[in-house]
Design a protein around this ligand. Sequence first.
Ligand SMILES: [Ca+2]
Ligand SMILES: [Ca+2]
Ligand SMILES: [Ca+2]
Length: 265
Amino acid sequence: MQSISTHTCAVLRMFVLGATFASSSVCSAQQVDYILDTGVGSFNIGPAGFDANVTWINSFDTVTGGELINNVSVSYGDIEDNSGTIGSDVVTLAILSDPNNDHDPSDAVLLSTTVVQWQDTGFGEFVDYPIQATQVEGVFFVAVVMDVLNRANPCSMDPNSPSAGTQSWLFYNPEENLNDLGSSPFILHMSESAFIGAWMVRATGEPAAQCIADITGDGQLNFFDVSAFLSLFAAQDSVADLNDDGQFNFFDISTFLTLFSSGCP
Ligand SMILES: [Ca+2]
Ligand SMILES: [Ca+2]
Ligand SMILES: [Ca+2]
């Protein structure tokens, strides 16, 4: 389940005719919340029989307008073992891509990591962590990684998630293994485990920065963009109708030149 909160996203094209040029902040109020849980975690999981580096992962489908992941929220269980020894409170939050978009992270490619600190939350209480903004597409993964003592249970789960564990995974490793999760000695797909549910791990995304004048989409503004625009304009392609009025005329060219000269974010 993914909820989208879309506030008014003013259309750039409305601004160009009025000669007031919109910046990318026009759409900054929009964000997408990536959530599998129902808000209530009711059991916590961790290694039994050994200490382990534990990676718990939820997968999500990228939603348009939420391609730039900028926040991860986690609800935790405890980091204390049965004898009261407190384990490490260092947490690595990671965003990974899924090359084949099948929600199985054994082939995941690491995109970014942000090191944060575990906090003592109650069931269903989340800690919000701003992370290094990371652009995603298709299926992506949000991972939480900790060194965990035998019989500490930091991974909080919602057994009532509609995803029924299909988008949640658990890995035990001797040490952090985000670059090769498929080689982990212990891999559990939660839908096929005794603990069916989704991790209490969420993310928030905002729209990736748009650069309209970069017609070729290579992140650079140069002659090829001018050439591509003029070709589209000559072909009356809707992409070249920059003020979105269905006409191809001076205003579109003027708009393009102004966007081009103001550069990309
Ligand atoms: Ca995969
Ligand atoms: Ca370009
Ligand atoms: Ca036009």
